[in-house]
Design a protein around this ligand. Structure first.
Ligand code: HEM
Length: 465
């Protein structure tokens, strides 16, 4: 049975939704509107079809369907060509841009290094969190924490991946090159996200800043990859020059080519940087508006005194974990995503007038799954689904209705890294400051690129402890 259709004003190309989408992106209301659309389409179905520039796509916030796409019928679906085409100029052929056997090889190459990387080694987080905290004004004047979080996650991710940090939070010469790298990365990924949405239409206009950015980013990474491979050639098989864990040194021990290592490193950097910064930004955006949550969280952290937390201590702080879960529920960093069917197949629910029958999916159909809208469903999270209430996690054990890190074989490989960095940074901030005040009276606005961030930033004043 087909799913119900969105009642377009333009039933051929769906340009009504296309232009509405552009306006909504500008005012930061794209996701909240996408959530309301489920109510508009036939009174609350959770799967419907709509037109995207003339192509009929399936839109869903139904866990059973998402589970089918990402896990049960994993092989029936791949990334959309739009995504691959838009990412390829920057990311080449790494874990983020490949499917099938090639992706399997990437995953097998990267996973063991991730599994080994973090055990007990939190030094990289300490180094960069302390630099970030030193930059926060102690006289209560306004600071944008989101900007600092983006600097922090770039510095720590590059340190962990290349063995050398961009050091944008630091001082000295290297900082300027790091800053340029950061600027190029932000610009090229924003272009990548636009191209992913509108396809080849965006590529019609030449964009020198984009081309220059890609060149700079590739040269920047190439330098570290070549240096490590040269060390390997000199020392034989082992390249572990550093006492700390360096991801690149582990990759270099495989027989992968220079280009392959570069593509994988850049993919991980992109996957890991904005995402963790966005989680921290949304959590602290909320803490600035919820003194009750802030105080409860501080009281959990304070028994550490000034001491840095260990990996186990972070994991044991239950209220902290609930707050991270809740921030990812209300503000999932990847709020919508998609896959394309590569064969004729079936989704289990969403067809027919009340959305309960299976839906036939023709090969080539795109499935857009909306995690933001799913995470705010009242039938899963109750009448207060829109409220930040960490205590709900005392009893909540969601399955596929909670999906901040994706699920199935392509589940996020950096989940542990991200939650540890976000937890660590939050603890260090709570030890250093006892109160926080929002300096932004406006209501929440989304900023949607490849990932979600806070549209107005996180402008706050902090009181030292
Ligand atoms: C709060 C932080 C993070 C969130 C919410 C998050 C979320 C996600 C999501 C939703 C995906 C699936 C994307 C897709 O298949 O379309 C993903 C994949 C991935 N993530 Fe994360 N991520 C986070 C942090 C990180 C970090 C810190 C790293 C690495 C240091 C990382 C590395 C990756 C990689 C390599 C993939 C691709 C996995 C594959 O395709 O097999 N992520 N992440």
């Amino acid at each position: 049975m087909p799913a119900v259709s969105y009642p377009h004003r333009d039933p051929i190309f769906g340009l009504d939704l296309f232009f509405e989408g552009i306006k909504l992106l500008k005012v930061g209301k794209f996701l909240s509107r996408a959530q309301q659309r489920y109510e508009l389409v036939n009174n609350g179905v959770n799967t419907y079809t709509q037109l995207v520039l003339g192509d009929r796509v399936i839109v869903t916030r139904e866990p059973e369907n998402i589970k089918t796409v990402l896990a049960a019928k994993f092989r029936d679906f791949e990334f959309s060509h739009r995504r691959k085409d838009s990412c390829a100029p920057i990311l080449g052929r790494g874990i983020f841009t490949t499917d099938g056997k090639e992706w399997e090889a990437s995953r097998a190459l990267l996973r063991p290094s991730f599994a080994r990387s973090l055990v007990g080694d939190l030094e990289v987080f300490e180094t960069h969190a302390s630099k970030m905290i030193a930059r926060i004004p102690r006289d209560g004047s306004t600071v944008d924490l989101q900007e600092l979080f983006f600097m922090l996650t770039l510095d720590s991710a590059t340190d962990f991946l290349f063995g050398q940090s961009t050091n944008v939070l630091g001082t000295g010469e290297a900082r300027h090159r790091g800053k340029r790298f950061a600027e190029h990365l932000s610009y090229t990924t924003s272009v990548m996200s636009i191209r992913g949405r509108v396809g080849k239409l965006a590529a019609i206009l030449p964009d020198q800043e984009y081309e220059d950015g890609i060149k700079f980013i590739h040269e920047y990474i190439q330098y570290y990859v070549r240096r490590t491979l040269e060390q390997k050639a000199k020392r034989g098989k082992s390249v572990q020059a550093s006492s700390k864990y360096v991801f690149l040194e582990h990759l270099a021990m495989s027989e992968s080519s220079e280009k392959k290592i570069q593509d994988e490193l850049l993919s991980i950097l992109l996957a890991g940087r904005d995402t963790t910064a966005s989680l921290l930004a949304h959590l602290w955006y909320t803490l600035a508006r919820r003194p009750d949550v802030l105080q409860k969280l501080r009281s959990e952290v304070l028994h550490l005194g000034d001491r840095a937390p260990s990996f186990e201590q972070i994991k044991e702080m239950r209220y902290l974990q609930y707050c991270l879960n809740e921030a990812l529920r209300l503000y999932p960093v990847v709020p919508m995503n998609s896959r394309t069917a590569v064969t004729d197949t079936v989704l289990p629910v969403g067809g027919g007038p009340v959305g309960k029958s299976p839906i036939f999916i023709k090969s080539g159909t795109q499935i857009i799954y909306q995690v933001w809208a799913m995470h705010r469903r009242k039938d899963f999270y109750g009448e207060d689904a829109e409220v930040f209430r960490p205590e709900r996690w005392e009893t909540l054990r969601p399955g596929w209705q909670y999906l901040p890190f994706n699920g199935g074989p392509r589940i996020c490989i950096g989940q542990k890294f991200a939650l540890t960095e976000a937890g660590y940074t939050t603890i260090r901030l709570l030890q250093a400051f006892k109160a926080i005040e929002s300096r932004d009276p406006e209501e929440y606005k989304e900023s949607l690129s490849l990932t979600l961030s806070v549209g107005n930033g996180v402008k706050v004043g902090l009181t030292p402890a």
